[in-house]
Design a protein around this ligand. Sequence first.
Ligand code: URP
Ligand code: ZN
Ligand code: ZN
Length: 497
Amino acid sequence: MRHFLPWRQGLLTGPKLAEVAMRFDKIIAGGTVVTPGGAQKADIGISGEKIAAIGSNLVAGGNSTHVIDAGGHIVIPGVLDVHVHLALPFCGTVSADDYVTGTRAGARGGVTTLIDFAIPYEGDSLGDAADNWHEKARGKSLIDYTFHICITRWDEHKDQIKGMIERGFSTFKEFMIYESEGWQSDDRALFGTLEKMKEFGTMLLVHAESARVLDELIERHHTLELMEEYGAMLHPMTRPNFIEAEAIQRAVMWSEITGGQLYIVHMSTGEGADIVKDAQMRGVPVLAETCAQYLVLDDSVFEREDGHLFACCPQVKKQKDIQRLWKGMRSGEVSVVSTDTCTFSRKQKAMWEGDFTRIPMGLPGLETLLPILYTHGVRYGRISIEEMCRKLSTNPAQIMGLYPRKGAIQVGADADMAIIHPTHEIKVDPAAMETNADWSPYDGWSLAGFARTTLSRGEVIVNDYKIVGEPGRGQWLPRKTAGLAAVESVSSVNSEI
Ligand code: URP
Ligand code: ZN
Ligand code: ZN
């Protein structure tokens, strides 16, 4: 039996309760509240932007307190989607969700914080990239946000890392593929960056796919005959599991040698999960995320007539990978679930014209992350509601250096929460969604877990499943540290359930 800690941590005892209650601007009343200590019926008192109290029968301070009825609902911490690309120039086009539509989509799915990737383009410094991304978000974001800083030209960028940390960025990113975009990093860059992460207590995120062998496989399959025969199936056919596994293995090796903190983004294979697990057992400072799509979709989607829509890097894999990733969610080597949102419309995806090397790569995801995890994780009995909140909120907040401000329902934290109905299902219908995508990988799926209400820093931004918050209210979040330096230990984010 888990303890319900807030009363212990939590500052509310007898007579003080009424005093504090008078100052509540809002009370979320009568819901089942998921806190780091477990789920239990409670009220939550909000003062300004912060959670001020968690207790039973909190008293409203007259008419000035807005009482939000959460009876029959579950109150969870706001979701952090720490892998998002908005308005990203990529694959010869620009991804279709920007900071207006992307953050509205997120809010409808209970997401209250996102982390995007600031990527320097030709001649740009790391600082220029951050400035560009600040500009993209300015006046548009409905929810709070920050950026991972992408290092794309090691020799030029290596001496700029310290300055970016001083500007409030604590996570960096390197891609092991995407040479044609000008983003690819080699082993020298990975090694050197991890040394710097060790020096500064910051963390390197890595897109791990093996570039040279992947290029070779693509070249071998890039013929008119094969494209006519296999169409979009060539995308998974040229990316067997070893493409990801070899790259994860190599990145883990550099992390082990340098002691630099490594975070594998969008891990999609069972082999990857095995490598991460083994490395963690040896004490290597490596953590991994997967994305919702790798937990529920397999590569049979590429056999569909519209299979090219599903192309993303890495691509969705096989049933055995799905099972292994769910196991990794329970045993701990998967610490975080994100989306890798990188939305392209049907028209943009049509740019492929039958050539699998020309598909704009990426999927929409912000709006369905929580519903997918809640329905296919909690409701299907694969993980508990507490474990879901760890993977979607507490772990990402801790690992990305945003905890305790974000990531948990506890006194003193930002009042970021989602109120969801335990069983009410909504059919995914792209026409009714906030995303700019005119399709969804989950079209027609019935999912529970859409946010009836979303609060961001105490403000209701989704009410009755509809957006009510204004663009531009979201704030940039400075950070100091990240990774295992920001959490107690791997085991604190890898709890066995
Ligand atoms: O297909 C994807 N994932 N597009 C976004 C870029 C990336 O690799 O994360
Ligand atoms: Zn990637
Ligand atoms: Zn990505």
